[in-house]
Design a protein around this ligand. Sequence first.
Ligand code: HPA
Length: 234
Amino acid sequence: MPTPHNSAPQDAFAKTVLLPGDPLRAKFIADNFLSDVKQVNDVRNMLAYTGYYQGKKVSVMGSGMGIPSIAIYCTELYQHYGVENIIRIGSCGAYQKHLKLYDVILAQGACTDSNFAHQFLPNGGTYSALADFSLLKAAYDYALKQKIKVQVGNILSSDIFYNANPSAWKQWQALGVLAVEMEAYALFSTAAKYQKKALAILTVSDSLVSKEETTAIERERNFKQMVEIALNIA
Ligand code: HPA
């Protein structure tokens, strides 16, 4: 049975799904890294594919941008499609001076300025959204083995890209938060809700500190490192 946002049959997804923000990235991964690929969703052009990587069945799907969008897709994947592991691969803006463009970050945890997890806490409280340790360790070990430099730490999943207060990010910088993106908190807390596993692998695409930005071509090259880590731990 399909869901309101996904026309795939119930057995269409592998146990592990890679989730880039951009559905065309999902297509790129399917076209360039997977064999025996089937497209399983095209509702709203949120393309999803299932294929094989080194004999392992893997799926890849776009998440869209922001907490509401990723929350819809990861909830349906966990709850309806029996998916066990979701690995977000995305870009982020650096909050710390030592982070350079293209550095790879493994998000150990995610802070947020969103109320998303309040739905799980009717009695109040603040949920600390963490990556699954087994996925985090596997990604870290693989990166170490392949000599891919990675940084492990806390990130911010923000609801706001264009903030009316241009220095609002500095409060997160002061707490040692490495970088900002817009999805991981929803993924990690939804994984917790359904007792499933999640990880986010991010590449620095811009720096709030140095104001540097990457080009689209360079982003694509670096994107492959994250895909390689994600596919090898899938
Ligand atoms: N803000 C939010 N999300 C992002 C950014 C940013 O600066 N860069 C990449 N994803």
